[in-house]
Design a protein around this ligand. Structure first.
Ligand SMILES: *Cc1c(COP(=O)(O)O)cnc(C)c1O
Length: 374
């Protein structure tokens, strides 16, 4: 089955009680036990399992082409669970451009637990090789990266990781499984902030880890999920399951719009540079073409000619792009990224990150023309 069909089929969970085509939301935290001690429907207590979460996890595994998935209350909770599966003394390699909180999580929380971290430019495989230590256990890849849309060659990083028996985890939030099959490229684990494209409507916070194979590591994460309890509510799971139904359609529309907007902006005299892997001028365009099927995603960043204040002022002149953080919803958003990260972040001060929505592209481009003064 192709992904568009899977998106519908795996989220259809007809309810035996009432014949409801759309699954009900099971708010019950507890489930009835039989006199012989068994549980007729497997579920015991909602932190451990819940029908809505179980349905979502099955669907996530299928869509991502993995063996088993775990849903969490946020993308960061999912990332945390994976780091918690490591041991004190383990070393992680991460890209130098990535979702800011992912590396801060290691630097501020997990270093206290004995994990260590090296950040490298992952577009340079020699540098990745040079960062490997005897205790390197995890390569954390984010591609396209936030906010500079650098492309990491997952296949090549996976080859390096295999030489030292380390895991490869990919934050696939931006590309989504519609654009990027991480497991085919050699990843062991995929992480998602399902808050973004999976949810698709900016109204639910959640995350997921999907494993290529069920085994020792996935069992460890299952235990962490159940014991630490950072699980999404039944309603959150229901919303993500609903989002999955239109994920392929939305992401395709957003990708088409993003490419057109990137092309328009890359030819505009008031824009210094456009970061979008779909442009032939992007430094890793060839890798993106190899690695991303069906398009280059709905995210792009631009560096305007000017300073931070001028970049910020431009966001105020755009009427169809709401100035707000986050991404992946049906509405277009824009954000001055450095000021929400930190003065220490390597993000250029004139960079604006754009999450392109599903609006009409001619309207979106017209909005930019007016904001840029034609
Ligand atoms: C938003 C985001 C996260 C964090 O997810 P939350 O759901 O906000 O916890 C991680 N990685 C990327 C690439 C993101 O965009």
């Amino acid at each position: 089955m192709k992904i568009e069909t899977l998106a519908i089929q795996t989220t259809l969970t007809p309810d035996a009680n009432a014949g409801a085509v759309v699954a009900p939301i099971y708010l019950s935290t507890t489930f009835e036990r039989e006199a012989d001690g068994s549980y007729k429907h497997e579920h015991v207590y909602s932190r451990a399992s819940n029908p809505n979460r179980q349905a979502l996890e099955k669907s996530l595994a299928a869509i991502e082409k993995g063996a088993i998935a775990f849903a969490f209350s946020s993308g960061m909770a999912a990332t945390t669970a994976l780091f918690q599966s490591l041991k004190s003394g383990d070393h992680i390699i991460m890209p130098d451009d990535l979702y800011y909180a992912s590396s801060v999580l290691v630097e501020e929380v997990f270093t206290q637990w004995g994990l260590s971290l090296t950040k490298v430019d992952m577009t340079d495989l020699e540098k990745v090789k040079g960062a490997i230590q005897a205790n390197t256990k995890l390569f954390w890849v984010e591609t396209p990266s936030n906010p500079q849309l650098k492309i990491t060659d997952i296949q090549e990083v996976a080859k390096l990781a295999r030489t030292v028996g380390a895991l490869v985890a990919v934050d696939n939030t931006w590309a989504t499984p519609i654009m990027q099959d991480c497991f085919a490229a050699g990843a062991d684990v995929v992480m998602h902030s399902t808050t973004k494209y999976y949810g698709g409507h900016s109204d639910v916070l959640s995350g997921a880890l999907i494993f290529k194979e069920a085994g020792e590591l996935s069992a460890k994460v299952a235990t962490i999920q159940k014991l630490t309890g950072a699980v999404p509510s039944p309603f959150d799971c229901w919303l993500i399951s609903r989002g999955i139904k239109t994920l392929p359609l939305r992401v395709k529309a957003q990708t088409e719009n993003a490419l057109e907007l990137a092309e328009f902006l890359s030819n505009h005299p008031k824009i210094e540079v456009v970061h979008y892997p779909g442009l032939a001028s992007h430094p890793q365009h060839e890798i993106a073409k190899k690695q991303m099927q069906g398009g280059f995603g709905g995210m792009l960043s631009v560096q305007v000619k000017g300073n931070a204040q001028e970049a910020m002022a431009l966001t105020g002149r755009l009427k169809l792009f709401t100035t707000a953080t986050s991404l992946g919803g049906v509405e277009s958003l824009i954000e001055h990224r450095k000021s929400v990260e930190s003065p220490d972040s390597p993000t250029p001060e004139n960079l604006l990150r754009i999450s392109v929505g599903i609006e009409n592209i001619e309207d979106l481009i017209e909005d930019w023309k007016i904001a840029l003064g034609k």
